[in-house]
Design a protein around this ligand. Structure first.
Ligand SMILES: O=P(O)(O)OC[C@H]1O[C@H](O[C@H]2O[C@H](CO)[C@@H](O)[C@H](O)[C@H]2O)[C@H](O)[C@@H](O)[C@@H]1O
Ligand SMILES: O=c1ccn([C@@H]2O[C@H](COP(=O)(O)OP(=O)(O)O)[C@@H](O)[C@H]2O)c(=O)[nH]1
Length: 466
């Protein structure tokens, strides 16, 4: 079997800790098999983009590229995170499209292809990740790369009518056909993409995941829900109980139940709605008032993008408003923490939380939901309150599933979670644990790569060049 080459915008270098499910998942996937991880260095430079840096950690080699401030602004802050991110999360109202940022996105993809092409060996299996790099395979094919190349979309695929509202949508999404396999988080995401291919892409859906473009090129699609490393997280959670930040949090609760939320500060995560739903819980269930403390961990994310800065201000106001209306001298209902925690400390926080609030308005998967389940004490598991619009809802049927737009419904789910007897908590948790153990991060990686390797040669013809 050839070498695995993983390509993503976000790379977690050795000893680096960074919030974000993609980087955490890819590190776990590469740890098992080794290979090359290629992507952005995380650094913006004054000079032109393109300088490469290399690091080696065990079986993983990292090759990362610097970007100039201009390229970073156009490609990452601009087209990736002000155009594609809102579009793919069904937020047309926030889409900001300019030809300038689109040109920057294409320019950076071409540069990734230039640098990557010279690294590749003929039998490498190339696996590209996420919306930052949709055109990458097409650019690689133009440079004569004939390797099997797979693509995985970590975020949702929205309705085809929304995709079709994007200027140049056909050029952009047709580029996906240069991949041999395009993976989505859920079957529903795949279906929506196939609708797009049929209705707006000028192609056809042949069946069994196979699609054909207007000019007869065939490629495959599939659903591969991303998982986590369950035993590692369960083990981290047990050990974290002795760590100072976890002990201090536990002591600070004074016997009250903890409800926890852990999310990048992103408008897709439904944080203002969650804060309001918690306030609604205090109003609708006064008998539980004062018995649950809500801790929201929300590390800042993409702070150069105006919508993210606005959200930060909104949450500061909202948490202050809820606390001023409901706090008593010995209890503050909302603790809002704007910083990043190491992954293993988080697992301890999950373990002492009776309730997890995972209520995004849209989310590709949401690994926090799965991590919360893996970190629970089997003798006394907590309850997951989960938005039905997270990809994880397709698998975690034991969660209390909610509609995050229905604040009363979320408020009542919090109350139900708080009052839930142990036998029901255990039964729900066990079913979710069985699922995340059966299809974990390693199963996800193997399933995707096996499918990519098994894609018939006719589906990945050298003819797809150009
Ligand atoms: O790299 P950033 O801009 O700092 O953002 C962090 C990552 O956010 C998104 O994560 C997604 O991937 C997760 C794992 O599959 C999934 O659970 C979650 O639902 C997605 O939102 C983004 O897609 C990544 O590219 C970013 O690295
Ligand atoms: O302070 C933090 C906050 C989050 N995370 C991790 O960041 C990831 C978030 O992934 P998720 O899929 O939930 O959402 P994303 O941020 O990728 O959209 C999870 O593994 C979290 O444990 C972390 O390590 N430290």
């Amino acid at each position: 079997m050839g070498r695995l080459v993983v390509v993503s915008n976000r790379v977690t270098l050795p000893d680096e800790s960074r919030a974000g499910g993609l980087a955490i998942a890819l590190r776990a996937a590469l740890a098992e098999r080794g290979g090359l991880w290629f992507g952005w260095s995380g650094t913006c430079v004054r000079q032109a983009s393109g300088a490469m840096h290399e690091y080696v950690d065990g079986d993983i080699r990292y090759a990362v590229m610097d970007l100039s401030r201009q390229d970073f602004d156009d490609y990452y802050n601009g087209f990736a995170n002000r155009t594609l991110w809102p579009l793919l999360h069904f937020r047309m109202d926030l889409v900001d499209y300019t030809r300038k940022t689109y040109a920057g996105y294409l320019r950076v993809n071409a540069l990734f292809a230039d640098r990557l092409a010279s690294e590749l060996r003929p039998d490498d299996l190339v696996w590209v990740h996420d919306y930052h790099l949709i055109p990458l395979a097409q650019r690689l094919r133009e440079r004569g790369v004939g390797n099997r190349i797979g693509f995985f979309l970590h975020v949702p695929m929205p309705s085809s009518d929304l995709l079709a509202a994007l200027p140049h949508h056909r050029e952009l999404f047709a580029a996906l056909s240069s991949y041999d396999l395009v993976g989505f988080q859920t079957p529903r995401d795949l279906e929506r993409f196939q609708d797009y291919v049929r209705l707006f892409g000028g192609g056809r859906v042949i069946g069994d995941g196979l699609m054909e473009t207007a000019d007869g090129r065939r490629f495959r699609g599939g659903a591969f829900p991303i998982g986590i490393d369950v035993p590692t997280i369960a083990d981290q959670a047990v050990k974290a109980m002795n760590r100072l930040p976890v002990r201090r949090l536990q002591e600070s609760l004074g016997g009250r139940a903890l409800a926890i939320g852990v999310d990048r500060l992103d408008y897709s995560k439904g944080l203002p709605e969650r804060f309001r739903a918690f306030e609604r819980h205090l109003e609708r269930h006064p008998n539980q008032g004062g018995r649950i403390t809500f801790l929201q961990i929300a590390p800042p994310s993409r702070s150069d993008v105006p919508e993210y800065r606005k959200l930060r201000r909104e949450l500061e106001t909202l948490s202050g408003h809820i606390n001023s209306g409901h706090a008593v001298p010995d209890w503050t209902p909302v603790r809002y923490v704007n910083r990043d925690f190491p992954h293993d400390v988080l697992t301890g926080f999950y373990r002492i939380a009776r309730i997890a609030l995972v209520t995004p308005m849209r989310d590709g998967m949401n690994l926090v939901a799965k991590e919360y389940v893996a970190a629970q004490d089997p003798e006394n598991p907590g309850v997951l309150v989960l938005s039905r619009f997270a990809g994880a809802a397709q698998e975690l049927h034991g969660a209390l599933q909610v509609n995050p737009y229905d604040l009363d419904g979320v408020a009542d789910a919090i109350a139900r979670a708080h009052a839930m007897p142990l036998a029901e908590r255990y039964a729900r948790w066990r079913g979710m644990m069985d699922r995340i153990e059966a299809y974990d991060i390693h199963a996800w990686r193997r399933d995707f790569l096996r499918t990519l390797q098994a894609t018939p040669a006719t589906v990945s013809p050298a003819a797809s060049a150009g």
